[in-house]
Design a protein around this ligand. Structure first.
Ligand code: F3S
Length: 63
């Protein structure tokens, strides 16, 4: 599945980093880095991260 994070919306709440650390990382000044092509074994975690993001910045694409 492909994902996009709207970085203009992301406020660094880091719920995604806690829930799916293999996909989302926060790097100081650079802000949020992520893997746009989500491996199958991370799908559920990424869905939880998208649901948990307080500003709905994580957009899930087609599987
Ligand atoms: Fe940003 Fe939402 Fe993650 S605000 S750091 S995408 S939980």
């Amino acid at each position: 599945m492909q994902i996009v994070v709207d970085l203009t919306r992301c406020q660094g709440y880091a719920q995604c980093v806690f829930l799916a650390p293999e996909v989302f990382q926060l790097h100081g000044q650079e802000g949020l880095l992520y893997t746009p092509a989500v491996p199958d074994d991370q799908l559920e975690r990424v869905r939880q991260a998208a649901a948990a993001c307080p500003v709905q910045a994580i957009l899930l694409g087609k599987e």
